[in-house]
Design a protein. Structure first.
Length: 1171
């Protein structure tokens, strides 16, 4: 057998879980319309209609789910209420009393059984000190025990508790503390109280009867016997007074008393005063009167005079003749005589009868022996009478040899008790007749008697009859010694107490069973899991039945048997083999053999020799031997749900064990069902708590228009800081005033039990915001009276989305009709050419000359050329593949004219049907423009060829200029230098100046030619773009300038990193011209400074070169980038006037622009962009 897990059989409701999960995802219902609204600029009207219908359907499903959740909430509430009432009844009607005390010892909780034990109403007991109901003599015991309860473990004590009527009863308290463990403070205490009065009384009466027997056997004088017996019996019965009256010819004479003055002894009473005594004499049975004031069997006035409330009369018999009675009286309180008291009285009557006979015999012997002359005769007569009394005694009497233990003499009563003949007994010893388990205790008492430590001893033991049966006897043994003190024989008086012991055993078994039931029901309240509870129940069943081991299991939905609890006998169930093969059950299994018959037959089964039983299938390999088994089915609502099996009780099982286990099984089923219901309730409560806490729907409870509870969603929707901000507020304060009258009407309908459905209203949040909501009310009656649960659905965003959707639809319709392009929609069928238009705007109607009504009757084939019909099928295949198609066609107008159009078609699904939406643009003018453009392109091609020829001529001219002009310039420069060298000192100063000017002019002319060639090259050169490190180029150029003029002190600031996508050669040429100009024009500036960098302006990168040099006149800035335009004299700053023109040409070749800012003598800044 294997244990199953606690959750093996418990499954949550899939439907609930699914609904709850869907509900938690509902915020998407608000988000989807918002997203759709944001997309309306690009979504068609049909798409918007589809989205609207989808969201409407989702909202409808959401409403159904919400109603389902509401029904589940109501069902969970009903189940919770039913479970609460059921377990309240189980708690109140438990067979034991349950009390809960606070730290001050005040009663905080009590069940009906506990209140009934004390005789008070439950409400009266609440908040009362528990000490008030404890008998004063036992209060110290309870207070001392409270300190022990602080350990937190289970503790027990026995005390006397006071009833409302003033009487007390014995109770056993099983207590446990719920807090302050280890501090010495008892904390909160839970108690189970069990009435043990009957058991205590039975124990006390048994002890008293034992003492009375000792008195009767130790005393010979009757007066001494009776006086002590009356006192002892009165004390045992708890009586206020007692008296022994002997029968006389004139009535009754009081001889012995207890609790009464000695003056009463000797007083006389007649039969009229004591009719109940006469009744006891006549019936020879005890007479009990528990209500003396109303019982017709007594003289009520006579008893009232003595203050007697209850009386029991016990007859005293001499042989079979009554000689007197004993009166036992209750005078105070409301005590009564019960069955145990009557049984005690009967046994007392029998004992007194024997004692009376013995006493009279003793007196007679004493009287006869004082006359020595008649000694022998008297002795013989006495022996005969003693023999007669010995043989006719109502109890067994034996004499034995103290040395050997062999029986010397036995009376007839004992032979009948033992089933032996007298001759058979005389060959046996007392030890042989004693049960083996009782011989040691008997021998110890006998040894003390022989040693003279005691005069007699009394023992209850078992004797073995001839037929093997066992009887319980009360044996009183006296030792007779001779004149020298030597033991000569023992005399034993044997009373058969089997019935009493069986009664005690039944009471003990009953008490043990009731205690087990109470412990099982208590465990149902304290155990954490079903398995823990099952283990406790099994341990209690094993304890009550004195079994060695066992198991508890139930039947699953798959009809397999699942172990809930199992004791540990020390074997491995996974490797067992039996006649049906090897077993290794995984969770559940089929139960076979004897225990299986319990489930099949549906009734208890016990077998004290299971191996020989007809249904036995043997034991699995490794299973310990079974000497006895007991199985009882577990039933719930008349159905077998499992079983409990026990095994190996030492003496085997009886039907009483079966009945006791059946009674325990009822409590076990109740406890298990309670635990399962608790677990189911816990799951339900957790699901409910999660539902109301995590649901996005605001909820709150109101009673009398006052809010009593809210969930977090309600706190959020009302913009409250916490739940406390809403509790106690009026319901009407949270709803718009225009809905107050409607709310009151609906509340009135709800009070009548009518369902008002879901309505739309407006709420007002705590910060004054007005929001749209859907309100679903649910009403019920709670502990606080009529209560309403309101469930809100915030529809503000949905309303806004719907309004936006309507606005977008209207806008879409306006755009649909206002656009200049024609728009049509038709189904995309297999025969699309025959599809009719289901929607067309005004533009297409104007384009083709049809009215809107006529367009809706036309098919695609009606407006296309016949030669284009074959291409429609191919176009459909393209649209199905790409979902879009852009193509050109010629359409037929109503008047027969042909219109060239461009058609942009997209397909979509609408209500399960593929639709084609086409935007049709009249391209008649475009066609004309294209034709004109083709003509223009042809003309342009001719011009380009001419331009290419001109470029070739220009290149030839530039080459010619560069070659033909440079040659004479070189001659002029060369001869001028030769003249200056050869005729130095010959030519005067003016002639030298002329030669110098000629040389400088030739040099300048050469630079001009170089710059012109460079400018021309920039215009003709192709551009190869790549990422250019402009910061590095600028830094390199400035470095070259510093090397060329190391004596100049110029501060240069190059921003890094600055890069651009450009032609590296051209961009380096442009930066070289700009930076060299800046270096040149700062030559006369103190603290000269040059900057290069870039900045973002209007989404573009603007590069700059700045200096603080000579600057320029801003009015002349337009001439800066023209060739040969110089703003400074050449004597001040040399140059050709071509550099900035080259920069301008490079920037424009890169698609950029260049501009300059500056002031005269205040520096200049050049800015340019590249694309």
């Amino acid at each position: 057998m294997q244990k199953r897990s606690g959750s093996g059989k418990k499954k949550t409701c899939a439907k609930t879980a699914k609904t709850g999960s869907a509900a938690l995802k509902r915020p998407s219902l608000r988000l989807s319309p918002e997203k759709s609204v944001k997309k309306t600029g690009t979504v068609s009207r049909s798409e918007m209609e589809r989205l609207f219908r989808e969201r409407t359907e989702e909202l409808r499903i959401h409403q159904i789910e919400l109603e389902t959740q509401n029904e589940e909430l109501r069902t969970s509430q009903r189940l919770f209420e039913a479970s609460r009432r059921k377990y309240a009844d189980l708690y109140d009607l438990a067979p034991v009393g349950y009390f809960s005390l606070d730290t001050a010892g005040l009663i905080t909780e009590v069940n009906l059984t506990g209140a009934g034990l004390l005789g008070y109403d439950k409400q009266f007991l609440l908040s009362k000190p528990f000490l008030l109901f404890i008998e004063s003599g036992d209060r110290t015991i309870f207070e001392q025990k409270r300190a022990v309860f602080a350990t937190g473990s289970r503790r027990e004590c026995e005390i006397r508790l006071l009833r409302k009527d003033g009487s007390f009863f014995y109770a056993r308290l099983e207590c446990a503390s719920r807090g302050n463990k280890g501090t010495g403070d008892p904390g909160h205490i839970r108690m189970a109280i069990i009435d043990i009065t009957e058991r205590k009384q039975a124990d006390e009466l048994n002890e008293a009867m034992g003492r009375i027997h000792t008195i009767l056997h130790a005393k010979i004088r009757f007066d001494s016997i009776m006086q002590q017996v009356v006192a002892e019996a009165s004390k045992a019965l708890g009586c206020d007074t007692a008296a022994v009256s002997l029968r006389t010819a004139n009535g009754w004479t009081v001889r012995y008393v207890s609790g009464l003055p000695a003056s009463v002894i000797g007083s006389m009473m007649n039969d009229e005063e004591e009719p109940h005594a006469v009744l006891a004499i006549q019936t020879k049975e005890p007479v009990v009167v528990n209500a003396a004031a109303a019982d017709p069997r007594v003289n009520r006035e006579h008893l009232k005079k003595w203050g007697i409330r209850a009386v029991m009369v016990v007859p005293i018999l001499e042989g079979s003749e009554p000689v007197g009675v004993i009166f036992f009286n209750h005078q105070s309180g409301r005590r009564v005589f019960e069955t145990g008291h009557v049984n005690f009285a009967r046994e007392l009557c029998n004992a007194l009868s024997l004692a009376l006979a013995n006493a009279k015999l003793f007196e007679q012997l004493q009287s006869e022996l004082h006359e020595r002359g008649k000694a022998e005769k008297s002795l013989r007569r006495s022996e005969e009478e003693l023999r007669a009394m010995f043989d006719s005694s109502g109890v067994g009497i034996s004499q034995a040899d103290p040395a050997t233990g062999r029986l010397l003499r036995v009376n007839r009563r004992w032979t009948r008790m033992m089933g032996y003949a007298e001759a058979e007994l005389k060959d046996m010893t007392f030890s042989e007749l004693t049960h083996p388990d009782d011989r040691q205790a008997d021998w110890e008492g006998f040894s003390r008697l022989v040693r003279g430590e005691i005069q007699s001893y009394e023992v209850e033991k078992r004797l073995i009859r001839k037929d093997g049966g066992v009887i319980w006897c009360l044996v009183t043994v006296n030792l007779i010694r001779d004149a020298a003190g030597k033991p000569v024989r023992t005399v034993g008086v044997i009373s058969d107490i089997t019935d009493r012991r069986l009664s005690d055993a039944r009471i003990l078994r009953q008490n043990r069973m009731l205690d087990g039931i109470n412990r099982i029901l208590g465990a149902a309240l304290t155990s954490r899991t079903e398995e823990d509870l099952g283990s406790i129940c099994l341990a209690i069943a094993e304890e009550v039945s004195q079994s060695k081991f066992g198991f508890i299991g139930d039947i699953g939905r798959d009809d397999l048997f699942y172990i809930i609890a199992m004791s540990s006998p020390g074997w491995d169930p996974g490797t067992m083999n039996d006649k049906t093969g090897q077993h290794r059950p995984a969770g559940g299994f089929k139960l076979h053999g004897l225990y299986g018959r319990v489930l099949v037959d549906g009734k208890p089964l016990l077998a004290n020799n299971p191996a020989s039983h007809e249904h036995s299938i043997g034991l699995p390999q490794g299973h310990p031997p079974l000497t006895a088994i007991l199985g009882v089915p577990l039933r719930f609502n008349g159905k077998i749900i499992g079983m409990i099996g026990l095994a190996n009780r030492k003496d085997g099982y009886t039907t009483e064990d079966s009945d006791a286990l059946a009674s325990l099984s009822v409590a076990m089923v109740q406890a298990l069902m309670r635990k399962r219901a608790e677990q189911a309730l816990r799951v339900s409560e957790e699901r409910y708590r999660s539902l109301v806490t995590l649901t996005p729907f605001p909820m709150f409870l109101s009673s009398g228009y006052r809010i009593q509870w809210t969930n977090p969603a309600a706190v959020r929707i009302f913009n409250a800081r916490s739940e406390a901000d809403l509790l106690g507020r009026s319901l009407l304060d949270l709803f718009h005033a225009s809905y107050h009258e409607d709310i009151k009407k609906r509340v009135a309908l709800l009070r009548k039990g009518m369902f008002t459905g879901t309505v739309e209203e407006k709420i007002i949040t705590l910060n004054g915001e007005v929001r749209d909501v859907e309100v679903t009310p649910v009403s019920f009656v709670s502990d606080t009276g009529f209560t309403t649960l309101l469930i809100l659905n915030d529809t503000t965003e949905r309303k806004q989305a719907e309004a936006s959707l309507r606005e977008n639809e209207e806008q879409f319709e306006r755009l649909f009709q206002a656009t200049n392009d024609g728009i049509v929609m038709h189904p995309l069928t297999t025969d699309s050419i025959q599809s009719t238009f289901i929607h067309a705007n005004d533009a297409i109607c104007r384009m083709l000359g049809y009215s809107p009504e006529e367009m809706k009757r036309l098919a695609v084939s009606d407006i296309i050329l016949q030669e284009d019909a074959e291409s429609v099928s191919h176009e459909r295949e393209i649209m199905l593949r790409d979902r879009v198609l852009l193509h050109q066609k010629t359409l037929l107008a109503k008047n027969g004219s042909r219109i060239p159009v461009e058609i942009n078609t997209r397909i979509f699904e609408h209500r399960g049907v593929l639709m084609a939406l086409s935007v049709i643009r009249d391209i008649t003018e475009r066609k004309r423009s294209e034709e004109a453009l083709q003509n223009l392109n042809a003309e342009l091609s001719g011009n380009l060829e001419e331009l290419a020829a001109l470029n070739r001529e220009q290149e030839a001219f530039i080459y010619s200029v560069s070659h033909d002009l440079r040659e004479p310039l070189r001659s002029i420069a060369g001869f001028s230098e030769l003249l200056a060298k050869q005729y130095d000192g010959v030519l005067d100063k003016r002639a030298g100046d002329y030669l110098n000017r000629v040389t400088m002019g030739a040099t300048r002319m050469n630079r001009i030619i170089d710059d012109l060639l460079q400018l021309s090259g920039v215009s003709r050169r192709g551009i190869a773009r790549e990422t250019v490190d402009m910061s590095g180029i600028a830094a390199g150029i400035i470095g070259e300038l510093r090397e060329a003029q190391p004596d100049r002190k110029v501060a240069a600031d190059v921003q890094a990193p600055v890069s651009a996508e450009a032609d590296p050669g051209l961009i380096e040429l442009a930066l070289s011209n700009l930076l060299r100009n800046a270096w040149k024009f700062t030559a006369g500036t103190e603290n000269a400074r040059i900057e290069f960098g870039a900045a973002a302006q209007a989404g573009k990168t603007v590069y700059y070169v700045k200096d603080n040099g000579a600057g320029f006149d801003p009015e002349l800035a337009g001439r800066l980038f023209l060739p040969f335009q110089r703003l400074h004299p050449e004597l001040d700053f040399e140059g050709t006037g071509i550099g900035l023109a080259i920069v301008d040409r490079i920037v424009r070749r890169h698609g950029g622009a260049i501009w300059a800012e500056g002031k005269k003598n205040a520096g200049a800044a050049f800015y340019f962009t590249l694309t």
